[in-house]
Design a protein around this ligand. Structure first.
Ligand code: PHE
Length: 348
């Protein structure tokens, strides 16, 4: 068989194979077999040395032509197969943009957070700064700086989770009074702050007690602060939370870090003071503890108690929320039942 026929056959056979091959890997194999150094075309070209000199250019040109055509056929098939891969991928990844999306369920801030946010903006409007402090607190700040030495019976007022002798889960936000007083620079103005946060007590949990609840501490220190300032501030706050018609009354009480100390009652927002189940027929609801900062607390924080003084208060956002929304079990706030929590969606 002469070279020409051999080459033509080679072309016919392989041109068909190339058109029919259906994977890029197989196509690549064909390319290597056919056009590689050990392939049939190379061997034809090698065999040319046995030809007559005038035949060689003709056969050479023909062999090159066949090689070029086969490699063009391979390139064409390669492009087709690559396009097919892309088409298959596009088809399998089709997105129907007209389908309705998955609904995004927007959460709602926890009711306690809503109450605290509202109180924070109320107090910020009166120039208070909002500070947060550590929940794992030192005995030093939680008690000693607050005028409650190690063996003082007032420690029994707050059943405390101790971590060791010096560290505890804070039982009140009052340690933030001491921490802030210690740092405050009175040349820059009076100290006015609130400090919201979680506190912990070793109480048995029941409808009105939880081992974890919230407090918001308030503290004002300056020259010439009186109990009238305390009363005016708390009246404004109670009217903001419980309604513009509310009045408050102060009853004598005891806290180691305030002197005098008071328990603050707000006139019942349900019956307006006539007496109903919410106020247990007294017309008044106890809402927070407060008082004038004890000189010992000022001195412990290295503040001159003869020049400076002020008031402090501690309120319970959990209790505020219970009163405001008629919730009868504090544990509802902490058991994460969405049927309860979503009732307080702000979109309302
Ligand atoms: N820390 C007190 C408590 O937890 C509340 C309080 C704060 C009272 C500030 C007076 C002044 O009971």
């Amino acid at each position: 068989m002469d070279f020409q026929t051999k080459l033509e056959q080679l072309f016919q056979q392989n041109n068909e194979r190339i058109k029919e091959v259906d994977s890029l890997d197989d196509l690549n194999q064909i390319r290597v077999q056919l056009l590689g150094k050990k392939g049939p075309i190379t061997s034809v070209l090698r065999g040319m040395k046995d030809l007559a000199a005038d035949e060689r250019p003709k056969v050479g040109a023909f062999a090159n032509k066949i090689r070029d055509e086969l490699s063009a056929a391979i390139e064409t098939r390669k492009a087709q197969l690559e396009q097919a891969v892309i088409d298959a991928k596009l088809a399998s990844e089709t997105i129907d943009v007209t389908l309705p999306g998955d609904p995004v369920v927007a959460g709602t801030p926890h009711i306690i957070i809503q109450i605290m946010d509202d109180l924070e903006s109320f107090f910020m409007g009166m120039g208070y700064q909002v500070l947060s402090g550590p929940e794992v607190e030192e005995d030093h700040y939680n008690f000693e700086m607050m005028n409650i030495p190690k063996d003082h019976p007032a420690r029994d007022m707050q059943e405390t989770f101790y971590i060791n002798n010096e560290l505890l889960m804070r039982s009140q936000t009052s340690p933030m009074q001491a921490r802030t007083m210690e740092k405050h620079d009175f040349s820059k103005g009076p100290l006015k702050m609130i400090s919201p946060g979680v506190v912990y007590r070793r109480d048995d949990d029941d409808a009105t007690h939880s081992h974890q609840f919230h407090q918001m501490e308030g503290l004002v220190i300056d020259k010439h602060i009186t109990m009238a300032d305390l009363k005016g501030t708390l009246l404004a706050m109670c009217q903001h939370v419980f309604g513009a018609d509310r009045t408050i009354r102060l009853r004598p009480s005891y806290f180691p870090f305030t002197e005098p100390s008071v328990e603050v009652d707000v006139s019942c927002f349900r019956c307006g003071g006539k007496g109903c189940p919410v106020c247990k027929y007294t017309g008044w609801i106890e809402v927070l503890g407060a008082g004038m900062v004890h000189p010992n607390v000022l001195r412990a924080a290295k503040i001159d108690a003869d020049v400076y003084g002020g008031f402090a208060f501690g309120l319970g956002p959990d209790r505020f929320a219970m009163l405001k929304y008629g919730i009868d079990d504090i544990r509802s706030f902490y058991t994460d039942d969405l049927r309860f929590l979503t009732q307080f969606s702000q979109e309302g």
